[in-house]
Each structure stands twice: as structure tokens, then as C-alpha cells.
Design a protein around this ligand. Structure first.
Ligand code: TYM
Length: 339
């Protein structure tokens, strides 16, 4: 495949019904911004979502919902390819070819693998191989830019190593992709220290949560632990709610909130009420588009089918090139040589 100088790839797992604000700020906003200047391919990565316990009955609905989230957030399907990973099975074939070149400890050292193994008490082969499928997702399109949140940086570094390893062994083939990070590269949890995550119930607000749910979730959210009483002065830089405020609230109001927190002239409830308002206003047009798309799922299915149709020839071209370089095609010369 000819290398497109400005190719972008990214993906989201269909492990929940809707993306949360971490996914949205950490990855999706970057993805949408890059559409303006780059050739982008964005995926619902269903083969990644089966590496941890999952419910097959929910999967088709979740895949469609994540596609709806992408479109509601501003993905332009005329310009950008939106696809489901399993519709382009070449990703898995490339993962096998690339994975065969990588030493096992490289996989075992990845923090996401270690965390999930600890969480589930054991690990499937899919969880161990997770990073090579992600590398294949990116490298099959020779993408140079990958919009992701901070938690994915070890996977991008691993992808760069995979590209180098292949290029050294079989000749220059893959660019070494770079992560593209936004201001919201770590959106904090509403529950305590750490990041907003689908796997931590109560830690997140989703793109489709109605205003009352947003208010409720924020009202219960964790703040600066030093602010036990309304009269205790707080430190905004230690507060998850203030970090989320920085993604929504205009800077003048933000300064007032920070000052009010430090002097205890505003309480956490007031601070959360302002944030809830800002989030609700920001999400309102996205939620409106979301509702319209849910009422026209045939259109969403059409976009995904069209996306797979456009992505597949690109993936097939890279796979053919890789197989050729690895001696896995029976060209005329190799047949003569064998005889
Ligand atoms: P996933 O589905 O877990 O998350 C999707 C994107 O959301 C980002 N993210 C966050 N960013 C900021 N703050 C948070 N609290 C937060 N939580 C999640 C993630 O960094 C991610 O960018 N392995 C990927 C999916 C994937 C992929 C790929 C991504 C598969 N193949 C190829 C890029 C390229 C994942 O688990 O995403």
C-alpha cells in the first residue's frame, strides 16, 4: 500500500453501551480535530472487546451504539472511514504475522496486561496478545498518527517497536506511529484517585447520560479529600472535579472557582453544580444527534458497511506486501527455485 503521509487510525472497544467523558476528551475530540487535515480511519474494535469477560447477547447492540457515539460526536463519514474491526479480518492475519516476530516478555511487561491479569485473576491468550492486534490495527493502514488517551501510550510505544522489528528483519515497510494527545489525556474518576474507566462503576459520566443523571453523579463525586466541611479551604489542583472543570469552564470563571475553593467561599456542591451545567450544555447537541441516529440505525449500518468496503482494500494491500516480504507468497521465482 502506498504510504499516505497523513494517515490516522484509532479505535474504541464496545465494552459499554456508550463512551464516557474519558473516551470523549482523551481520544474522540482528538479524532474529530484530525479529520480536518488527515485521512482518518476510526474503528469499533470488537475483537479487542472479547479479550475480557463479555456478553455475546449485548455485543451487536454495543457495536452499533459506539458507531452512533462516533457519528454523534462529529465523525464525518464522507471524509473519514468508520468501520468495525471484525469486518476487516486482515487485521487479525497481520497480528499473527507481526506477533510471531515479538518476544513474549514484551507482551507480559505491558501495564494494561498486568492490570487486567490482576483484576481477572488470570489472563486469556487474547489479553496477552491484545497489544499485537492493536499494533496490527494501526500498522495495516501505515498510520502515522494515533489519537489516544495517556493509558494507551505503552501500546503505541509497543507498536513502534513492532514496526522497527519488522522493518529491520524484512525491509522498510511501516512508519513508526506517534500518539496524538489532547488536553483531556487523563480524565479523572468521579470515585476517587485514578482515571474515569468503564470497568469502575460510578467513576464515569457517559455521552448519553440525561441531565439528572449527570447532576446526581457529580453530586456524589469525590473532591479534594482535605475539604471535609464546607468551611475547609481546598486545593483545586488536588481535586478531580476541578480537573474536569478545566475541560469545560471558560478560564475567567475557572479562576473564580479556584479562588473560591482556596478561600472556602464556594463549597464543593456549588462547584459541582456549575460543572454539571457546563457538561449538560456541551453534551446537549451531541445527545440530540445521538437520538436522531438511533432512530435511523439502517443509516448507521450503511456507514459501517461502506467503511469496511473502503478500508478492506487498503488492509489487503499491506497484508500482501508483508506476506511477499516474509516469503509467504508463491511467486514464479520461488516456484522455480523450489523445483
Ligand atoms: P478503550 O476503548 O479502552 O478507550 C478508548 C479511548 O479512550 C481513551 N480513554 C481515556 N482518555 C482519557 N481519560 C480517560 N479516563 C480515558 N479512558 C479511556 C483511551 O486512551 C482510548 O484512546 N486499546 C484501545 C482500543 C484500540 C485502539 C487500537 C486504539 C484497539 N486498537 C488502535 C488506537 C489504535 C482501548 O482499549 O481503548
Amino acid at each position: 500500500m502506498e504510504q499516505e503521509p497523513n494517515r490516522v487510525f484509532s479505535g474504541i472497544q464496545p465494552t459499554a453501551d456508550s463512551i464516557h467523558l474519558g473516551n470523549y476528551h482523551g481520544a474522540v475530540q482528538g479524532m474529530m480535530a484530525l479529520q480536518e487535515t488527515h485521512a482518518c480511519i476510526y474503528a469499533v474494535v470488537d475483537y479487542h472487546a472479547i479479550t475480557a469477560p463479555f456478553d455475546p447477547a449485548l455485543m451487536p447492540h454495543r457495536v452499533l451504539n459506539i458507531a452512533v457515539d462516533y457519528l454523534a460526536a462529529g465523525l464525518d463519514p464522507e471524509r473519514t472511514i468508520l468501520m468495525v474491526q471484525s469486518d476487516v479480518p486482515e487485521h487479525v492475519e497481520l497480528a499473527w504475522l507481526l506477533g510471531a516476530q515479538m518476544p513474549v516478555p514484551k507482551f507480559e511487561q505491558l501495564p494494561t496486561y498486568k492490570d487486567k491479569r490482576a483484576r481477572y485473576g488470570s489472563a486469556s491468550f487474547g489479553l496477552l496478545a491484545y497489544a499485537i492486534l492493536m499494533a496490527a490495527d494501526i500498522l495495516i493502514y501505515k498510520a502515522t498518527t494515533v489519537p489516544v488517551g495517556k493509558d494507551q501510550l505503552p501500546h503505541i510505544e509497543f507498536t513502534r517497536e513492532v514496526a522497527r522489528c519488522f522493518n529491520n528483519a524484512f525491509g522498510q515497510t511501516f512508519p513508526e506511529p506517534q500518539a496524538f494527545q489532547t488536553a483531556g489525556t487523563v480524565v479523572p474518576s468521579l470515585q476517587g484517585p485514578g482515571a474515569m474507566a468503564k470497568s469502575v462503576p460510578g467513576s464515569y459520566i457517559t455521552l448519553t447520560d440525561p441531565p439528572e443523571v449527570i447532576r446526581q453523579r457529580l453530586a456524589r463525586a469525590y473532591t479534594d479529600p482535605a475539604r471535609m466541611r464546607r468551611t475547609d479551604p481546598g486545593e483545586p489542583t488536588r481535586c478531580n472535579i476541578y480537573t474536569i472543570h478545566q475541560l469545560y469552564t471558560p478560564s475567567k470563571q475557572l479562576e473564580e472557582i479556584a479562588g473560591g475553593c482556596r478561600s472556602a467561599s464556594i463549597g464543593c456542591l456549588e462547584c459541582k453544580r456549575i460543572l454539571a451545567h457546563e457538561i449538560i450544555v456541551h453534551l446537549s447537541p451531541i445527545q440530540e444527534r445521538h437520538r436522531a441516529l438511533l432512530a435511523d440505525l439502517d443509516y448507521v449500518r450503511y456507514v459501517l458497511a461502506d467503511g469496511a468496503h473502503r478500508a478492506r482494500p487498503l488492509a489487503q494491500a499491506t497484508l500482501a506486501e508483508v506476506k511477499e516480504k516474509m516469503g509467504l507468497t508463491r511467486s514464479r521465482t520461488s516456484e522455480v527455485h523450489q523445483a
